[in-house]
Design a binder for this molecule. Structure first.
Ligand code: PHE
Length: 345
């Protein structure tokens, strides 16, 4: 009985001192297991005089109950604690900063093309595309440009297959072959713009690149005149550049238009005169070539030049983007330097 009391006295410290469920199981074995003091007492009951047995038995039952309660209380405490630890280690911190993705945006050349096309769509034009690998026939012959013309030289044009003019293949030098391709396939009236890449055997400098972009325009109808051409381009320039940029038209020559002209915009970087590295001091920058469609082109595609008239133009996309945004030199468009391009989101 002595040691049962001693056991009950030290048990709370032992049980409450456990910090894991394993430790608690060990303590339980020590207090109530087969080799515990309690078990020993139980086994000793048989050796006691019969009249003492009930009291001892009762004391043992009491001790078991007290110890059991103590252990269960501690078990509940430890289980709650271990669950808390498990949940804490499972916790997802949704307040962490999300991964940052860089947002893409349209390249200045693409957005310029889209904007120009939108202006012409507003005037009733359709947008069409065409092949970059073109035959000499469409790039030159259809456009009233004979085999002896200097632009057909290997030093001016990038040929994929050169030699026999009848089946030479080249990288188109302008978007104008689509004039012939479109008219061959469609009856008048025609109102189309054709954006795309063009290629020339040019050495890159501030205003030249062996590959650049053009937007071709072609309008064929009854009674179109040079005034319609001029009015259309003036409208485009006002929409695209705003009314503060001045434009002018000068005579020029293209084999496939007659008469032909070029349109200039006032320089974005100088007032004219002096030393300007953008326009060379003339105060104007050429934007495009244009003119009234030559009757020979109409004949080549099977139109009757006595029944229809039309105008065409071909503008340099990099040029008009340069003039609009004041970007110089040209290579900024192709370098893919985000410090430059991100300014034109
Ligand atoms: N194709 C000409 C060029 O690349 C531009 C042009 C287009 C001129 C249409 C007249 C008519 O320079």
């Amino acid at each position: 009985m002595e040691s049962l009391d001693a056991l009950l006295k030290k048990a709370p410290t032992l049980v409450k001192g456990t910090s894991t469920l394993e430790e608690l199981s060990e303590a339980e074995a020590e207090l109530l297991g087969r080799r515990s003091v309690v078990a020993e007492f139980q086994r000793g009951i048989g050796r006691l005089p019969p009249e003492e047995r009930p009291a001892v038995g009762k004391a043992i039952q009491e001790a078991r109950r007290t110890l059991g309660k103590l252990i269960e209380t501690q078990r509940g405490r430890l289980e709650t604690e271990s669950e808390r630890l498990m949940l804490a280690s499972d916790r997802v911190d949704v307040s962490l900063a999300a991964l940052e993705y860089q947002e893409g945006y349209t390249h200045l050349i693409t957005s310029t093309i889209e904007e120009v096309c939108d202006i012409f769509i507003g005037l009733g034009y359709r947008v069409v595309g065409g092949p970059e690998a073109e035959s000499g026939t469409y790039n030159f012959d259809a456009l009233n440009t004979p085999p002896t013309h200097p632009s057909r030289l290997e030093s001016d044009t990038l040929y994929l297959d050169w030699g026999d003019p009848a089946d030479e293949i080249l990288l188109r030098t302008h978007t104008s072959p689509m004039q012939a391709r479109y008219m061959e396939e469609h009856d008048p009236p025609v109102y189309v713009v054709v954006p795309g890449k063009v290629y020339r055997a040019d050495t890159p400098d501030a205003t030249h690149s062996p590959v650049f972009h053009q937007i071709e325009g072609l309008a064929v109808d009854e009674d179109l005149t040079f005034s319609d051409l001029r009015g259309t381009l003036a409208y485009f320039a006002r929409e695209f550049f705003g009314s503060e940029r001045r434009i002018r038209m000068l005579p020029n020559f293209f084999p496939f238009t007659e008469p032909s002209a070029e349109m200039h915009a006032s320089c974005f970087s100088c007032e004219g005169g002096g030393q300007c590295r953008v326009c060379g001091g003339v105060g104007w920058i050429e934007l495009l070539g244009c003119g009234m469609v030559d009757p020979n082109v109409f004949e080549w595609v099977g139109y009757d030049p006595s029944k229809v008239s039309g105008f065409a133009f071909g503008m340099g996309v990099e040029r008009i983007a340069q003039v609009r945004h004041g970007v110089s030199p040209l290579r900024h468009f192709f370098d893919n330097d985000l410090r430059v391009l991100s300014q034109f989101r």
